[in-house]
Design a protein around this ligand. Structure first.
Ligand code: COA
Length: 140
């Protein structure tokens, strides 16, 4: 599906996990505050256990990524929503999130959950709501 900006090159969004380029994903992780230390082997293992895995492409350049962990029936958590800084603000994040929320594998899922430190407004535009009183995390 092309991006909304007619002045930009078309952005292709795919759920084919085989398309994900590990080297480019590790580069994309460098722009985050939470995934900079991830190793190639661990990322490969994480991808094997994630579904769907969504990537956005401008030609051969992977410009966006996100992945879901789900029972494919009731619940889904969304992780690592990242757009290359040069491509932010062009609708790529929204495109990938729509791809997740409308994904056929997640058709019956009623609860989508994600964590964010500072991007609440981006997710609220997509219909997400803060539920501060309900969330609990165990970190180690
Ligand atoms: C957050 C992020 C994924 C958004 O992706 P993006 O491609 O830049 O966002 P889009 O262009 O698709 O924006 C979609 C809409 O959200 C709005 N939006 C995007 N980022 C926003 C922000 N930080 N605050 C408020 N609104 C925002 C856009 O204005 C746009 O609004 P519109 O639909 O009314 O036009 C991207 O900025 C990013 O990768 N950031 C660094 C990594 C990160 O923090 N990821 C989130 C982890 S929880």
């Amino acid at each position: 599906m092309p991006s909304a900006d007619p002045l930009s090159s078309p952005i292709e969004c795919t759920d084919d996990p085989a398309r994900v380029d590990l080297a480019q994903l590790l580069e994309l992780y460098q722009v985050t505050w939470w995934a900079q230390d991830r190793t190639r082997d661990q990322v490969r293992r994480a991808l094997e256990h994630s579904r769907p895995v969504i990537s956005a492409w401008e030609g051969k350049r992977m410009v966006g990524f996100t992945r879901v962990i789900s029972d494919l029936t009731y619940r889904a958590t969304i992780w690592d929503v990242i757009v290359l800084p040069s491509h932010q603000g062009r609708g790529v994040g929204k495109l990938m999130m729509h791809r997740v929320l409308e994904h056929p594998d997640l058709r019956t899922v009623t609860n989508f959950v994600l964590l964010t430190k500072d991007q609440h407004a981006f997710y609220e535009r997509l219909g997400f709501r803060k539920e501060r009183d309900m969330a609990m995390t165990f970190r180690r």
